[in-house]
Ligand binder design. Structure first.
Ligand SMILES: Cc1ncc(COP(=O)(O)O)c(C=O)c1O
Length: 409
């Protein structure tokens, strides 16, 4: 059977990583992968994480199975971190959660659960979107619908287009939103837009599914989730996924949250909990513990929590500084160009206004690698790389000018 398997072409994300791995240039620049790097190009481990690991080790904890729903103490802490300690869904017991192997698994599990309960429901995703996100829903059999989100020509949110598209959602459709630091554009909703989206959700009967993968990377740990909290208090039902990969830097330990917020009148929380338990058990059987235990230890120990907050604040400050530096190097290398969008956008990512062909030119001429659509991980570069990127971008723009005048001649 397996000997008959025919090799399939890589998708665009995997294909980029293969080209990157095969590039032997000494100074190739990887701006593709979504991790935070320090000035030396390392992915640092937070001190709060190291200390939490030490404390867990000293306690000589069991490694027996926990349960498909994972570490529920982790769930309570992360729910409160995102929704706020005093959110009514928490105090009323209207939230049902699983600790998952990262937000990726949570997205896949949610897709499975929703498609099983409501096979006609579509999922609405932003244009552009983080490519893997579509895969999770497609694999579960869900129909994918797109809504306008980002105007790449103007490098700004297409708010009017988004609201117009969302009015076509049907009752039971899922609306996928990024809680903050939108992947891939870095362009976030204003509070007024969160409010407007909430109104459309209520009118149409669609169900928002908010993906919070970068809390603390944009404006601040609390400020990054203001919109999510607003939406959660204005819609009857909501799904939520949270990744601990980035905010705690525990990428490979695989810790995430999947929560279902039920309406105030719902009396079936236990049925929902069992459905969620069965869904994740059928997909991956049991949740991994280590990342969740670390995050729980940090969030439940005041001095570790304070240390973690300070470290995350420092990560954010570095990203803000890198964004400002990239903006000015790009503007210096491209006189007359306004690159203010890079400083305004939030979190790890922004997209350069270049085509897919020009993105390939960046690889071939400058050994700079990005994910489609020219998504740059600002948080993965140092100042030298930022200069190389600015010069490469200027070169690409000059080529455009040259080919235009050649065409005229
Ligand atoms: C928007 C978004 N959601 C979810 C994920 C998956 O995160 P995790 O590592 O927790 O699976 C990512 C990772 O890049 C992401 O960008």
């Amino acid at each position: 059977m397996l000997s008959k398997l025919i090799d399939q072409p890589n998708d665009s994300i995997e294909a980029m990583f293969v080209r990157l791995a095969n590039d032997t240039h000494a100074d190739k620049i990887d701006l593709g992968i979504g991790v935070f790097k320090d000035d030396s190009g390392n992915v640092p481990v937070m001190q709060a994480v190291r200390r939490a690991e030490g404390r867990l080790f000293e306690r000589n904890l069991s490694k027996t199975y926990r349960s498909p729903l994972g570490n529920l103490d982790y769930c309570r802490r992360v729910e409160a971190l995102v929704l706020g300690e005093d959110h009514a869904a928490l105090s009323d017991g209207r939230i049902v959660s699983a600790q998952t192997p990262g937000a990726g698994a949570a997205l896949r599990a949610a897709a499975e659960l929703v498609h099983g309960l409501s096979p006609d429901s579509a999922v609405w995703v932003s244009t552009p979107v983080w490519g893997h996100q579509i895969e999770f829903f497609e694999q579960a059999g869900m129909e994918i619908r797109s809504y306008r989100y980002y105007d790449s020509q103007r490098a700004s949110l297409d708010a009017a287009g988004m609201l117009e598209d969302l009015r076509s959602m049907r009752a039971g459709d899922l609306l996928l939103l990024h809680g903050c630091c939108h992947n891939p554009t870095g362009e976030d909703l204003t509070l007024d837009l969160w409010r407007a989206v909430g109104e459309i959700v209520v009118e149409t009967g669609a169900i928002p599914f908010v993906d919070v993968a970068y809390q603390g990377f944009g404006r601040g740990i609390e400020a990054d989730v203001t919109g999510v909290r607003l939406l959660a208090s204005s819609v009857p039902e909501m799904l939520l996924t949270v990744s601990s990969s980035k905010s705690f830097g525990v990428y490979r330990d695989r810790a995430g949250l999947l929560s279902i917020l039920l309406p105030p009148e719902a009396r079936n929380a236990e049925a929902v909990r069992r459905k969620l338990r069965d869904t994740v058990r059928q997909l991956y059987f049991m949740a991994p513990e280590q990342g969740a235990a670390i995050v729980h230890e940090i969030l439940s120990t005041p001095e570790l929590k304070a240390l973690w907050r300070a470290e995350l604040d420092a990560v954010r400050a570095r990203i803000v500084e890198l964004r400002a530096a990239l903006r000015s190097t790009i503007e210096r290398a491209n006189p007359g160009l306004d690159a203010g969008f890079i400083e305004r956008q939030q979190g790890m990512f922004s997209c350069l206004p270049i085509s897919a062909d020009e993105q390939l030119l960046m690889e071939n001429e400058f050994h700079i690698y990005m994910l489609p659509p020219a998504r740059v991980n600002v948080a993965a570069m140092n100042r030298e790389q930022s200069r190389t990127l600015a010069e490469a971008f200027a070169w690409i723009r000059a080529q455009r000018g040259a080919s235009r005048s050649e065409a005229v001649a």
